[in-house]
Structure formats: C-alpha cells, structure tokens
Design a protein around this ligand. Structure first.
Ligand code: PMP
Length: 287
C-alpha cells in the first residue's frame, strides 16, 4: 500500500511527491534531518527532536518552513493517515531549490526551504529480538567532517561504515578518532565498567543524541554512575558491557567489539535494564 507523505505543505501518495533536481539537498547534501520513533501510535521525545532540529537549522543559517506546533501536527497526521503503531517518522529540511547550481547559499526570500516527511512502519520495534541477543561491532577510522553535532544528510561515510560492518559479518561499526571511540555510524556508543557507564562527552565530534540525553537522565535517576569522557578501543574491548542508543534502536546491547567478546557474550544487566526503563518512561511521556 502506498504511503501518504508530506512535501512542502501537501499530503500526497508517495509516488506523486516530487522535489526539484536543483534542490540543494540533492546537489550539495545541504540539508538536515530528524528521525522520531513511534510507539503505541505516539511520538517518542518529539520535543527533544524539535529542539535539536532548530539548533541544526540555526548552525547552518537555514530557515525553518514550519513552526514547532505545525511540525507536531504534520507528524501526527502522517502517523494517523498511515496507521503507524510502531515505526519512525523521517523529516528532512533542505535549503531549497534555486534556479541553478551554485555553491553560494540562495537568498532565503527567493528560495524557500524544502520540507519532506514520511513514515516507516516497523512492527515489533520495541520487542526487537536483536536486543535479546546483542550486536557485534567493528571499529573503523572516523573520516567524517568536523561538525558531527549538526544532523546533516551527509550520510555517505556512515553508509560506507555500515557496508564495512556488513562485509566483516557484524552489525555496525564504531568510529575511532585519535584512538578514542567517537560514536556508532548512526548511534551513540557506551561501555560499562563495574557500575559505571562511560560515554564520550558532548562536543562537535559527535551527534548530541536525543536518546543519549534521556538515557543518561534515567541512569542518574536510577543511581547509576555516569562518566562522560573519552574511552579507547582497548578499554572498550575489556569492558564488562557495552551498548548503543538511538531513536530507532532505543538501547541496544553490544556483545562483541573487533572480535573480542564482552562478558559472557550475552547482554549484561545494565543495558537491558536501561532499555526497559527508557521504553517505559518514554512511552509514558509520548505525545
Ligand atoms: N550519532 C549518530 C551519528 C546518529 O546518526 C544518531 C542517530 N541519528 C545518533 C548518534 C543517535 O541520536 P538519537 O538518539 O537522537 O537518534
């Protein structure tokens, strides 16, 4: 069945939705995005995603074509029209389509931003079997640009990283800069030593994960120790546990790094507990 998607003010069947070949998202990856998960037909942490979107737009001096209230209404309408019980809403805003290709930004008064939203149905997102098993990762060099705190659609290197993981027969890649883990290709990375959760501190080196912020808050509330600092690949391989967070995977245990098995090779106690708390608390607050 064809989805109903949203493009520049219109709700359309996906095959009728069109964007110009001069769109700067297409030509220059000049665009930002957000992915918000849907559980029980409701949006998880919509506010967090809306605030980060605003920040990404501001950092790139890009105008928002919609207010936060309109954005929420569009998300809700798409979830409803497409009967999404569990899944995702993808949102992308680009600097629009000027009349020709040019490196210089177009005048925003003449070239409005392009906005596109669509849903992805993912039944069983919360009860993912992968969360029972845990995932395996390899480490790769972090060869992305220097403003990873802005959620741009320049996802070529993360895509290449996923392909490297696939070729190595594992689930994902953790990226490494100067010997320290930055993050996963599409998620934030954590290790656990004893009772302490360790994750890289926020900077321009990583995306400021919305799930990360919530999980660290819940961890502190549950009296778990949290250290926001750099950690090396060696430290990660010797950790008791590891996990990732993202809007689409929530909290997902990692059981192997570069072939080194963590703990017993099955998810430990911290990551599954955090996953449970995160799902419970965020579903309570869903809108
Ligand atoms: N880091 C990167 C590079 C990502 O692409 C993502 C997911 N988009 C995250 C971290 C996790 O962010 P969030 O929890 O907001 O989904």
């Amino acid at each position: 069945m064809s989805r109903i998607v949203y493009v520049n003010g219109e709700y359309l069947p996906e095959e009728e939705a069109k964007v110009s070949i001069f769109d700067r998202g297409f030509l220059m990856a000049d665009g930002v995005y957000e992915v918000t998960s849907v559980l029980g037909g409701k949006l998880i942490d919509f506010d967090g995603h809306a605030v980060r979107l605003e920040r990404s737009l501001k950092e790139l001096d890009m105008a928002s074509p919609v207010s936060k209230e309109e954005l929420l209404a569009i998300h809700r309408q798409l979830v409803s029209e497409n009967d999404v019980e569990e899944g995702l809403v993808y949102l992308q805003i680009t600097r629009g389509a000027p009349s020709d290709r040019d490196f210089a930004f177009p005048n925003p008064d003449e070239t409005p931003s392009t906005i596109v939203l669509f849903t992805q149905n993912k039944p069983g997102l919360a009860k993912s079997p992968a969360a029972q098993k845990g995932m395996k990762v390899i480490t790769i060099d972090d060869e992305r640009w220097g403003r990873r705190d802005i959620k741009t659609v320049q996802l070529l290197y993360p895509s290449m990283g996923k392909m490297m993981a696939k070729a190595a027969g594992v689930d994902d890649a953790w990226m490494v800069q100067d010997g320290f883990i930055t993050e996963g290709t599409s998620n934030n990375a954590y290790i656990v030593k004893g009772n302490t959760i360790i994750t890289r501190a926020l900077s321009n080196d990583i995306l400021h994960g919305i799930t990360r912020a919530a999980v660290l808050r819940f961890a502190a509330e549950a009296q778990m120790q949290v250290e926001e600092r750099n950690f090396t690949v060696e430290e990660a391989k010797e950790a008791d546990e590891a996990f990732i967070t993202s809007a689409s995977t929530f909290v997902m245990p990692v059981v192997e790094i570069d072939g080194a098995t963590l703990g017993t090779g099955a998810p430990g106690s911290v990551a599954p507990r955090l996953r449970e708390i995160y799902l419970e608390e965020s579903m309570k607050a869903a809108v």
